[in-house]
Design a protein around this ligand. Structure first.
Ligand code: ZN
Ligand code: FE
Length: 263
């Protein structure tokens, strides 16, 4: 068994620390100092660094951390030109065997936010480290990929077991639920879930991780085939839209222009 701990960094990032028996791995170390403080406090030896994509808030601490600890650095082959210091280049379908932690992670290519973005899935404990692809209640912006690519990537993640814990890289949940309730103002269960999110945030409690089953129920970006979402998007755009990819594309555009009522 591994335990996973959130290391908050910057304004809303979570760096994920995996540990077992004095050994550790970290996902997306945007800030080396945050990770080094945690390693020292817990007396852990860093064995591996796992990268999901090339953005600075995910790789900023990589080089310093690798130099200080000798940890092996894993990341997407497709972004090797933009990520300095990768030791192991990963493709879709690869398995990352971390013997130091007794754990194996499956690699899923999930292009959309960036073109080479990958996610890591641990099948035994059902842990998903999905970077900036799937968020609790939302999804990443399409900086590099197309709506088709992101829709396909999210569909792959949504097909994982419902009890999978979604470890995304940002605490965006409240603003995501703010948007979700703007899309579906009459969804009582969604409004109730939003109220719970706001209560947790008011107490400074993290909303990540959350179960994938909850995303399948509430996250509008996983529900573009749901008639309720298609109707809301069509009403917002003032035209007929039914194709799930077109619904997803319109929903993403809608959120890009949406000003959160909270936050
Ligand atoms: Zn990013
Ligand atoms: Fe990010």
């Amino acid at each position: 068994m591994i335990t996973v701990t959130a290391l908050p960094a910057f304004s809303d990032n979570y760096l994920w620390l995996l540990e077992h028996d004095g050994r550790a791995a970290v996902v997306d170390p945007g800030d080396a100092a945050v990770v080094q403080a945690a390693l020292a406090a817990r007396q852990l030896e860093l064995a591996a660094i796992l990268i999901t994509h090339h953005h600075p808030d995910h790789i900023g601490g990589l080089v310093a951390l690798a130099a200080a600890t000798g940890a092996r650095v894993y990341g997407p082959r497709a972004e090797q030109a933009r990520i300095p210091g990768l030791d192991v280049l990963l493709d879709d379908g690869d398995a990352v065997q971390l013997d130091a932690l007794g754990v194996q992670l499956q690699v899923l290519a999930v292009p959309g936010h960036t073109l080479g973005h990958i996610a890591y899935f641990e099948a035994r404990q059902r842990l998903l480290f999905c970077g900036d692809t799937l968020f609790i209640g939302g999804c990443g912006r399409l900086f590099e990929g197309t709506p088709e690519q992101m829709h396909e990537s999210l569909s792959r993640l949504a097909a994982l077991p419902g009890d999978t814990a979604v470890y995304c890289a940002h605490e965006y949940t409240a603003s995501n639920y703010d948007f979700a309730t703007a899309v579906e103002p009459d969804n009582a269960r969604l409004s109730e879930a939003f109220a719970q999110v706001q209560a947790r945030r008011a107490q400074g409690v993290a909303t990540v991780p959350g179960p994938l089953a909850q995303e399948r129920e509430f996250n509008p970006f996983l529900r573009s085939a749901d008639p309720a979402i298609a109707r809301a998007v069509a009403a917002h755009e003032g035209r007929e839209i039914n194709d799930p990819v077109a619904v997803f594309a319109a929903l993403r555009r809608w959120k890009d222009g949406h000003r959160p009522r909270i936050r």
